[in-house]
Design a protein around this ligand. Structure first.
Ligand code: AKG
Length: 243
């Protein structure tokens, strides 16, 4: 498969819980896509508190980004050929946007068993200044308890920092059009955006058919879409891609 990971990269992902950056398209191509997203997706419905959930269900433009071969073939190197796109999130951080606290995604998700790979795709350049995502290598090996977040954070719960060593955190600085992969328990966060530059990212959530996605805990009609191979198990509600 084009863009497959090498065995060393797969091993690195298993060890560190994240991998990348990789290229999906050039910054110039992504600038064109960003303009279309602003016009087609965000103009009608701006993201609430900077988050826009699962627009791949109704926008072909967003679906095509999520199902891009540069992402899916790398994920298939880790989980095998049968893959379900079960959710996506735009994270828009305008100037002054709040901190996303350290957290593990499994704390929030209706997956059983909790298995997921995310691709975080930079729609704008993501830098330390405009609040790129930071990850903690190896943090996925521990199930971290979550506690209530202090006031002024974007998420209501955060990792209990007694269980997390943030001194080894890595800033995932990306050019527009690049992405990185991380798994369902990799502890990550983004700081407040104190710069003058907006930072928009698309997080693509993919799992395997062995996982049951409880879509009733998302919203009615929120089905998974087979983005590679087939679903031989039928544990989750599945639909086709948008037109
Ligand atoms: O983009 C961000 O600021 C946060 C990303 C995040 O928490 C995620 O993709 O799970």
């Amino acid at each position: 498969m084009a863009d497959a990971l090498t065995p060393d990269q797969v091993e690195q992902f298993r060890r560190d819980g994240y991998l990348g950056p990789f290229t999906l398209c050039s910054p110039e191509e992504m600038a064109g896509i960003a303009e279309r997203l602003d016009a087609d997706v965000f103009a009608a419905e701006p993201p609430r508190q900077g988050i826009h959930q699962s627009r791949h269900l109704d926008s072909r433009l967003v679906y095509d980004l999520c199902a891009h071969p540069a992402i899916i073939s790398r994920m298939a190197s880790i989980y095998g050929p049968d893959l379900l796109l079960w959710r996506s999130h735009f994270f828009l951080k305008e100037t002054g946007a709040l901190e996303v606290p350290w957290h593990q995604d499994t704390n929030y998700w209706p997956l059983e068993p909790p298995l997921n790979i995310s691709a975080w795709v930079a729609i704008d350049d993501a830098t330390v200044e405009n609040a790129c995502v930071h990850v903690i290598p190896g943090s996925h090996a521990t199930v971290v308890p979550h506690v209530r977040s202090p006031e002024g954070m974007l998420f209501p719960e955060m990792a209990d920092m007694e269980f997390v060593d943030a001194t080894t955190a890595v800033a995932m600085q990306l050019r527009a059009g690049e992405f990185f992969l991380f798994n369902e328990r990799t502890v990550h966060r983004s700081e407040p955006n104190l710069s003058a530059h907006r930072r928009l990212g698309l997080a693509v959530r993919v799992t395997t058919p062995i996982v049951r996605v409880d879509s009733r805990r998302l919203f009615p009609g929120h089905n998974a879409i087979v983005v590679s191979g087939e679903d031989r198990l039928g544990f989750s509600d599945v639909a086709g891609p948008p037109d």
